[in-house]
Design a protein around this ligand. Sequence first.
Ligand SMILES: CC(C)(COP(=O)(O)OP(=O)(O)OC[C@H]1O[C@@H](n2cnc3c(N)ncnc32)[C@H](O)[C@@H]1OP(=O)(O)O)[C@@H](O)C(=O)NCCC(=O)NCCS
Length: 164
Amino acid sequence: MIVLRQWADGDWPLLVRLNAPEMTEHLGGPESEAALSARHKRYVASAESPLVHSLAAVLEPEGVAVGSISLWEREWQGMPVYEMGWAILPEYQGRGLATAAVKECVELARGLGRRSEVHAFPSVENVPSNAICRKAGFELIGPVNFEYPKGHWMDCNDWRLSLG
Ligand SMILES: CC(C)(COP(=O)(O)OP(=O)(O)OC[C@H]1O[C@@H](n2cnc3c(N)ncnc32)[C@H](O)[C@@H]1OP(=O)(O)O)[C@@H](O)C(=O)NCCC(=O)NCCS
């Protein structure tokens, strides 16, 4: 079972592990220490923000933080939407944990009631992430050239889930 909780200062070692080369293969590669530290601060601060929700995925009953999931507000093709992103540590992959976390985060987005749809933009080559979108009920809109992180362009799929 997976439980989502606010990102905490003590989650820094988790973020470092999620920044490994094998974890960021479809995300433009590892970020620099400075960029990662800035990301950690943003994640911790997101507890106070209505616009961004950066959460740790905690495996229960073990109580181990095994991944991250984020939900943030953005404009996409002129529409205000949510975007979502996720990652699970290698030794916990393949157990349905990311899919469960995404489903839970979709319900969080629905409950917030600020935007009417959620998008995710996995690389077209990211087989598990595209499978997660399909299993969590997203609809495949089609391929898009997508910038992530800033300055790095990828061939991604645009997946959309209506919260209505
Ligand atoms: C993407 C990621 C979060 C998947 O986590 P996970 O907990 O293993 O995902 P799930 O167990 O929920 O599995 C999702 C689906 O992908 C499949 N899958 C998992 N690993 C796979 C692999 N290496 N190759 C092919 N399919 C795979 C699973 O079988 C499952 O599909 P199925 O139920 O139809 O069989 C994880 O691989 C990861 O953290 N990757 C690096 C970060 C990343 O790319 N994030 C996504 C950015 S959009």
